[in-house]
Design a protein. Sequence first.
Length: 318
Amino acid sequence: MAAELFEGQYVWHPAADDRVLAGVCVDVRAGRYRHAYEALAETRHDFALRAHRSLVLASEAAGTDLVERWLDEEPSPEAALMWARVAVQRALRAADGNDDRAEALERIALTACERAAALAPRDPTPWVAKLAMARLHRLRDPAPQGLLTAPPGPWRLFAHILTLDPWHREAHHRFLSAFFARHGGSVNAAWDVAAFLSQRAPADSALRLLPLVALVESYNPTQLLADRVWEQPQWRATALAIYHNWLPAVSSYRFTPVLDLAYLAHALVMGQREFEARAVFTAMGPYASRMPWSAFGDPAEQLSRARRACGLPVPGPA
């Protein structure tokens, strides 16, 4: 699906150019779930789209009782999946906010994930939702051979997801995040896991971006020449390989992968490859994501700065 041309303003909505999803978000905010069911039911054999839509819809529904009503009134695999997604979001927010209800909400989320998995045994999405909570307990399964740091982590749960969908994008990102320093891991472990996972993936897979995600995560502006890291040959070569092998595949996606494109555009600009970055921004159209830009300052300002470096238009003053 080709993104629309940039018309002077950024579009920050996570639905991007998935027009069905954008319309359903409006319904969910109004307390209606019928179209949410239809939008998810059509993704039963498209796990990438199912993960994307269910995650975005959960962010809209997490502060309401919609999923509980839906599950009570019209139970289905889609209703159970949305309950799992919402319950996990609530549990993570409570844990991150040191809320007294965190443990209770996590138990509810685990129950919701198990119910959704039982109703749709071939769907990896409930297991991916469960994986999002792995960082709360620092699961310490031994790492497989091939990793220099051999970091323990939720390897068994991740391995089960891979039996259902070996290249599941969200699963890989959730798994990698369990090794971030802010979640109890380390910079070296995150780099090690990112390299291990990306090297397993096909050359035209978005999973090749994982090392760039780990690089942004490890960014420390207080370090000497921190902004010059992306100019190093290994990182410039990584970004260029993704540009040549993955970017051509984006036009066949059912929705524009804005976040992945943003990481690639950022790496190319930081690596002083503005010509290639320009093509990535063009593929993004007007759609924007807060990461990776927010790791370096105000996301809109950082995005505009990068676009200017590529000779592209940016929004004017409001």
